[in-house]
Design a protein around this ligand. Structure first.
Ligand SMILES: [Mg+2]
Length: 181
């Protein structure tokens, strides 16, 4: 299959929005702990913290609903990067898997940080991101990474929970994407 698509897909959580900072702040407050992002060395948080899948998800929902304004961007220039990509003729598509109740807060957050994009795709089920149109996806999830099939490209956004993925392009800040295009 030829890919002539000029769409760059960006994941939201932990690629644009550094949500784990606030998630951990809430977790630490609740359980009187002192974990940092570097402690989260596994994508499945329940493998590294004593917490269930359901509790993980409800804490994400709470963070997005009640503390979305506190969620920092992964770097201060994410809006400059998305502006630049669009000015270079790329389409920017934000593709995010999440609980439906968090949808409005995601929109508010993208407005607050003036992130430019051409479309915003919410996935509420387990469908692979691979089925959406893009030639390159930036994602932090090892699961999403393995679902992307050539000629589509995956670029890993570095996070402590994806360091076991070794044979992938990896960026540490969104602006490093510009050097890979
Ligand atoms: Mg993510």
């Amino acid at each position: 299959m030829m890919t002539t698509d000029n769409t760059i897909a960006l994941d939201l959580d932990s690629v644009l929005a550094d949500v784990m900072q606030i998630w951990l702040e809430e977790y630490n407050n609740m359980f009187q702990k002192n974990f940092t992002k570097n402690d989260i060395s596994d994508w499945h948080i329940y493998n590294v913290l004593p917490i269930t899948k359901e509790e993980i998800s409800s804490l994400f929902i709470r963070v997005w609903k009640n503390r979305w304004q506190d969620i920092p961007p992964t770097s201060n220039d994410i809006a400059d990067v998305t502006d630049h990509l669009i000015s270079q003729g790329f389409r920017v598509s934000i593709i995010t898997k999440r609980e439906r109740v968090t949808v409005p807060f995601v929109s508010y957050w993208l407005d607050l940080y003036k992130v430019s994009f051409n479309d915003l795709i919410f996935i509420f089920d387990d469908v692979s991101k691979n089925r959406f149109p893009f030639f390159l996806l930036v994602d932090d999830s090892p699961i999403n990474a393995k679902e992307i099939i050539s000629p589509k490209r995956i670029v890993i956004f570095d996070q402590p929970w994806n360091r076991s993925l070794v044979s992938y392009d990896r960026i540490y800040k969104l602006n490093q994407l510009l050097g890979l295009l």
